[in-house]
Write a protein of this length. Sequence first.
Lengths: 252, 257
Amino acid sequence: MLDSVVVDGVGKTYAGGVEAIREARFRVAPGEFLSLLGPSGCGKSTLLMMIAGLLAPSRGSIRVDGAEVQGPRRDVGIVFQSPVLLPWRTVLDNVLLPVEMLRLRRTDYERRARDLLSMAKVDDFAAKLPHELSGGMKQRVAICRALVHDPALLLMDEPFNALDAMTRDQMGLELLRIWDVHKKTVVFVTHSIREAVFLSDRVLVMTPRPATIGFETDVKLPRPRTMDMQEADEFNRYVGLLRHSIEAGTRP
Amino acid sequence: MRGRSLLWPLAVTLTALVAWEAVVAALRVKTLLLPRPSLVAGVLWGRAPLILEHMWPTFYQIVLGFLLSLVGGVLVAVLLTYSEIVRKGFYPLIVVSQIVPKVAVAPLFVVWFGLGDLSRLLLAFLIAFFPIVINTATGLTSVDDDFVRMARAYMGTRRQIFTKIRLPHAMPLIFGGMKISITLAVIGVVVAEFVAAQRGIGYLIVMANGLLDTPLMMAAIAALSLMGLALYGVVAGLERLVVYWQVRTETPRGGFA
């Protein structure tokens, strides 16, 4: 089966000579939930932005669904650290923004937008403005927006960072529930080891700058994942394994 | 809430007028120096046809000058935002041009553009357009990078990013500029009328001054102020409609609490 994402020897050096990423090489299978885990400032967001086509790699190439990434693509959804909702648009209109940008027919997608909002349990707020929502609700809306045009690939850049710990766990569960229904390929950037283990099929650990992929592990916890799993020995074995690899990541 | 917030300034104004009336009556101040507010109100009422006749040209030139500033100001701001040549070459000049006291230019405008409406309109425009340019340009460029990145991720074109993100984002600031601009347009037109006009409130004030008719002068000033207030009110009312998403606190609240 064709890989959903192929990152082939990608490096990024910024103008001014700062080398953010030395070399990254990995593949993501269709429907896979992959996390990029690493300390702050290691370039994992940079890598995600390059997959999104928002940033050009200095070296190597990225392919999404077999086609070389040369700019943003219509079949990609993206969630940023902050919800970036437009304050003058209602929740529903915010969710439909990609539909407008991509010049699709709004009427064809309104039903879907409402279904997504109800799945994310914010359908009661469809007609409200963003400032009336809590932080967690805003980020749920942002996830709905990323899914509204039915992209095959969902890119998430530390989406739950700004949320408190309890909301964060809850959002993780709900993301998995939505992912289970919609079967998207997900590339998820995080610096939380537990979050990466809890959500992912596979975790890639990035070393500090200039980054490479230092370590990789499949997470063979059964699905659907539950909160209780976080106390299981197996879960904590993965957490320990990843923590050691991060600590050793300052490279031999 | 809105009704209440008007109550206090109205009470203060009323008290001040009563005090003024009382002081003028008690000290027997000459009407030529300072007429009683009731006398001014009487003139405002009694000579309403005259005042209204002069108010109309002033009114439409203020509105026209303001609209011209709005359209011109937004267009210049868009050019400043998107054209590097305009930004580097013209922006400093626009800023420097604001150092010239525009009121001082009024007589020159009469020489260039004649005694007609045109010179008044242009002076109003010259005075009123600057806050629109500055505020609009600030609004268009102060959009958070995340918004632009998000829009680009969904393949938003430059035009879409302008209409769907930059322009609505700039709206609160544009209205801030409009509120300054409308009061400046009043100044522009009236100053031009001082210099050269056969009609208009500015002309009426100068004429009443020549006749030593202080009550008429003050009535004209009162009429002009009321008109300025009404125009400002229209802009502020529109702002509430257009910039509906802004949660605003207009007066500082709580004081020492």
